[in-house]
Ligand binder design. Structure first.
Ligand code: HEC
Length: 174
């Protein structure tokens, strides 16, 4: 009994290592950050994604996306990407929709108007305050949908990199 208790932590550690090794073998997914490009995190496929440090510090795009989402989208889609009676929960859409489909719906809009429903997603393609921050909004919603980002304003964030500032200025100016 005594010796079992003594070795229990070792057994648990070994189990943890085996689980981690298994995770590394898993196929590249739509969420895990594989690289950090000047403060923007990308999956192995080059799709924008979020990064949350052990102390809860979020990447800049996730923080920016929180603000932009609550300026442009939450009136219909509900606070924190939770959805409303009128429009779907985008925290789920960001996980389930292909990135390019997500971008396409926001850029071009989508309508389901018939006898049974009147559901209109406006097109934002001409709105720089949305288009210049679309990856941020997508990244933020993916963090929400993954369950890793709690509701509300992220309390800690990475600094905004010079590269991100430059891209933003080019986008808003052009
Ligand atoms: C005026 C209300 C309104 C606003 C504002 C709005 N949406 Fe929507 N959105 C909708 C509705 C309604 C739908 C469902 C459309 C349908 O049934 O095809 C929708 C659908 C979507 C979808 C497709 C979801 C899915 O799972 O298929 C995405 C993505 C989306 N919206 C993103 C956004 C983003 C990002 C913003 C902010 C920049 C935004 N929307 C702002 C009303 C809105």
């Amino acid at each position: 009994m005594n010796s079992f208790v003594k070795y229990l932590p070792v057994v648990l550690l070994a189990f943890g290592a085996a689980t981690a090794a298994h995770g590394d073998d898993a196929k590249p997914d739509n969420i895990t950050a594989a690289e950090n490009e000047n403060g923007k995190y990308l999956t192995a496929d080059g799709i924008p994604t979020f990064h949350i440090g052990e102390d809860g510090t979020v990447d800049w795009p996730t923080y920016s996306g929180f603000r932009r989402y609550h300026a442009e989208c939450h009136v219909c889609h509900g606070p924190d990407g939770e959805g409303s009676s009128y429009a779907p929960a985008l925290k789920n859409s960001a996980i389930n929709l292909d990135y390019y489909d997500f971008v396409n719906v926001v850029t071009n809009g989508r309508k389901k108007v018939n006898a049974a429903q009147n559901s209109v997603m406006p097109s934002f393609g001409a709105n720089a305050n949305v288009m210049c921050y679309l990856d941020d909004i997508y990244t933020y919603l993916k963090a929400r949908g993954s369950g890793e980002l709690p509701r509300g304003r992220p309390p800690k964030k990475e600094a905004k990199s010079d590269a991100i500032k430059q891209t933003e200025n080019d986008c808003l100016g052009g």
